[in-house]
Ligand binder design. Sequence first.
Ligand SMILES: NC(=O)c1ccc[n+]([C@@H]2O[C@H](COP(=O)([O-])OP(=O)(O)OC[C@H]3O[C@@H](n4cnc5c(N)ncnc54)[C@H](OP(=O)(O)O)[C@@H]3O)[C@@H](O)[C@H]2O)c1
Length: 183
Amino acid sequence: MKVAVVGRGNVGGGLADLWERAGHEVTRIGREGGNVSDAEAMVVAVPGDAVADALDNVQGIEQKTVIDATNLWGVDPPAGFSSNAEFVKSRTNGPTAKSFNLNFAALYDRIGEADSTPSNLWCGDEEAREVVEQLNRDAGYEPVYAGPLENAAAQENFLKLMFGINQGGMGQFFYRIAPPNQL
Ligand SMILES: NC(=O)c1ccc[n+]([C@@H]2O[C@H](COP(=O)([O-])OP(=O)(O)OC[C@H]3O[C@@H](n4cnc5c(N)ncnc54)[C@H](OP(=O)(O)O)[C@@H]3O)[C@@H](O)[C@H]2O)c1
């Protein structure tokens, strides 16, 4: 699959590495922007308050199938939207999914060490299912459908619960690879 990843950091760069190893053709896009016309899927992996700026610099996003991996830590979604994922869809008008926002990038290289395949939630449009589920499996995760795109706000807010559980010392029940103090 041809995948364009916007954001070259822990998440964008890390997922790009995993997908290239799985045989996908990945284009990595940074602040300079780029054109995603050729891509079958675009992944957004920039800071939660940089989504609008990032998309402004990317051409060819119309009708694109998108996976939004961003989180909103201490910031709100763009005005008028309950989630970043729904904002992204308003810019692309294409199939949209929220995924990869609840797995730590620091563990990407250790997914294979898990005693069973780690799950990864996704919610979003049915038209995005094939792409988001394949890219989950090819990164090493078992995709778990979490409902339509209107659930994206709940999935973004779930991060607060994950951090709370982590701080309470029970994170190993989520991560199943290493206790949080080893992340
Ligand atoms: N880290 C995790 O474990 C994790 C897990 C799940 C979800 N997330 C979420 O995923 C997103 C990315 O996290 P991260 O850890 O990968 O962050 P990061 O390592 O800081 O990487 C962010 C990337 O976005 C780029 N960027 C910033 N503003 C941009 C813009 N206007 N246009 C294009 N690119 C821009 C940065 O470019 P520069 O290098 O030039 O600054 C950088 O390459 C965040 O929303 C985060 O909350 C993180």
